[in-house]
Design a protein around this ligand. Structure first.
Ligand SMILES: C[S@@+](CC[C@H](N)C(=O)[O-])C[C@H]1O[C@@H](n2cnc3c(N)ncnc32)[C@H](O)[C@@H]1O
Length: 323
């Protein structure tokens, strides 16, 4: 079996980094591919705009991956299935990966024919960060001086990028926030919106996090409630998702507490309304990423902070929400 599945294309093709690749696995194959497919196609379109449009050329361009992973993940499917899941035309890609590994978001961004001026990757896990650095050095040496890998908290670095590290009069960025859980809170999203320069792909942990904290009987206990408030930005979720009890608790003389009265769609739409407050525009549709039983785990949102570019950005992103 060859260890490379693509022919060498483009100016910075290299041998795929294999030595020491970890067993980084996340998500089911199907929904992870759908998520990364949208991101990859969006990056191709975004780069085309920033190279073709003379006004856009004024800006320096940045890709931010705040939960970057290793750059690859172990392929859970048999090798013969691989070709059915190619993300792009081969002409959009520049490099090869071993055929039992799939591209992660970092690799997808680095493989673009038209590179960004700068790449910032943040990864908290030291082993993942080290593997990512190694992958960049081995597979993308010509881009290495444009890349920074921070072994840090993605939200903290993102916050600094929004406030002090970049001049948003001069920079435009695409950011990908792809945490496993409920790391991303409303104050960070508000800050991203304030830059007026960032297009954001955001994985919202609807079923994986938020719905689980919304306990069925009675309001969530304080720690969960505080987390939900920080994620949504206010306490409106209490009245949106809970209703007063219809009856007293039959096993107690005390009145029963509020009851959960919501569903996945209502929670996701509630969150969308928050994003609409913080960003110039939000794509009307999302990608609903479900488990094998069809239950939503995540909603993938797109929001643009840039009032001028938002209509075009949202049109492209919304188109990509179609599977
Ligand atoms: C779902 S994976 C990201 C996958 C990546 N986007 C890709 O496509 O390859 C989430 C990553 O975030 C990292 N992580 C977890 N908490 C973090 C934090 N607070 N800051 C930065 N990275 C974090 C994990 O170690 C993991 O590698």
């Amino acid at each position: 079996m060859p260890i490379f599945c693509f022919s060498l294309v483009g100016q910075h093709s290299h041998i795929g980094y294999t030595h020491g690749m970890s067993d980084h696995r996340f998500g089911s194959d199907h929904w992870t591919e759908r998520k990364l497919d949208a991101l990859g196609r969006y990056l191709v379109a975004w780069r085309k705009i920033f190279t073709a449009n003379p006004k856009a050329q004024y800006f320096k361009t940045l890709y931010i991956d705040a939960f970057a992973g290793t750059g690859s993940r172990k392929n859970p499917l048999p090798a013969e299935d691989n070709n059915q899941h190619k993300l792009f035309d081969e002409s959009d890609l520049n490099v090869e990966v071993p055929d039992d590994y799939r591209r992660g978001s970092a690799r997808i961004a680095l493989e673009l024919q038209s590179p960004f001026d700068e790449y910032i990757f943040v990864e908290k896990n030291p082993a993942h960060a080290s593997e990512l650095k190694q992958m960049i050095a081995t597979d993308f040496p010509k881009l290495a001086d444009r890349c920074r890998v921070w072994e840090d908290d993605g939200c903290e670095v993102m916050r600094q990028l929004c406030t002090t590290l970049k001049d948003w009069n001069r920079w435009r960025a695409v950011a990908f926030l792809d945490p496993y859980g409920m790391n991303v809170e409303s104050d960070l999203l508000w800050r991203i919106g304030q830059t007026k320069g960032i297009d954001l792909w955001l994985l919202f942990p609807l079923g994986m996090g938020v719905n689980r904290l919304l306990t069925a009987k009675g309001l969530p206990h304080k720690a969960f409630a505080d987390k939900l408030t920080r994620v949504f930005g206010d306490t409106d979720w209490e009245v949106e998702f809970y209703r007063p009890p219809g009856t007293a608790d039959m096993f107690s003389h005390l009145p029963a507490g509020p009851e959960k009265f919501t569903d996945f769609d209502a929670i996701g739409e509630h969150y969308r309304k928050r994003l609409q407050r913080w960003f110039a525009q939000v794509a009307p549709r999302v990608k609903v990423l479900t488990n094998s039983r069809g239950n939503p785990l995540y909603w993938l949102f797109f929001a643009s902070a840039n009032p001028t570019g938002a209509p075009t950005a949202v049109r492209i992103a919304d188109y990509l929400m179609d599977d």
